[in-house]
Design a protein around this ligand. Sequence first.
Ligand SMILES: Cc1cc2nc3c(=O)[nH]c(=O)nc-3n(C[C@H](O)[C@H](O)[C@H](O)COP(=O)(O)O)c2cc1C
Length: 316
Amino acid sequence: MNLQVELASRKGSLILANPVMTASGTFSFGLEEGHAFNVQELGAIVTKTVTLRPRSGSPQPRTAETPAGMLNAIGLQNPGVDAVVRKMAPRWSRWRTPVIVSILGATVEEYGELAARLEGVEGVAAVEVNISSPNARRGGMEFGQEPDTAAAVTQAVVRNITLPVIVKLTPNVTDIADVARAVVESGADALCVINTLQAMAIDARSRRPAIASGFAGLSGPAIKPVALRMVYQVAAAVDAPIIGCGGIATGLDAVEFLLAGATAVQVGTATFANPRAPLDVLDGLRRFLDEEGVADIGELIGAAHERRPAESPATS
Ligand SMILES: Cc1cc2nc3c(=O)[nH]c(=O)nc-3n(C[C@H](O)[C@H](O)[C@H](O)COP(=O)(O)O)c2cc1C
């Protein structure tokens, strides 16, 4: 059974032994002692988003539960890119599993600067450009909501790094395909679809927003159908590998994203309820291939499109 997938081939290639990755912000930097499984069994690790300078994040409370999902406004708490390069990358360089560093700048120039700091760093296999965080006061989602700005950020990163560049898109847009096209035309090797949906919760007793900073990002099973639709839509719009993300908790969820056109998947919120979730997704995927007699995972990628083109009009 072949599970290997390729996320980039133009510059430095990015080949994963299997398509299951962790989602940014839900697995820290992959270095904790207490992980419930061997991290190196996964296809790749994506780190918490890293900024130029260390950040302490948003005030508490910054998470809340919702039916079938969670809200978070962590606010990009991280030790800053230099600490990541100095302290973490040397450990990753001994792994066979690629580590992808997620980056976020407050300006287009800062994105370029972050890429430059990660260029040539041993242990860093690729960057994931976060233009989709609803929790950054400056930068993040505002760069991903407009095709021209998304293109400018992508160009700034691509100019400063020879490593593969993945751009992570926000669902908080009118037409995600427009942004996807702009980003791929600007040199992105792959896309991650999607980050969280902007949302909120209100505490009836205190009569105040339940999250201190007001709005937050919704993730988990509640967003899976939205993520699946967007992967399907982006796959029809661009010729670049897509990493599906949003509510994936089982092998079957992963299969659905592959059929929609994803080449790989990321597991996020599911890890909080089940620390083995990424590995369970991988095991479930293997079982599905075995049961269905699929010899190569490539057979599944985009297969749902053959029967129903993405261009067909939406029903009401
Ligand atoms: C607690 C938490 C922190 C997150 N932090 C980040 C982050 O730093 N950067 C990022 O790009 N996405 C971040 N995300 C979004 C996830 O990577 C993912 O895109 C989203 O949660 C949807 O996938 P899921 O439903 O599997 O969690 C975070 C999500 C959660 C729940």
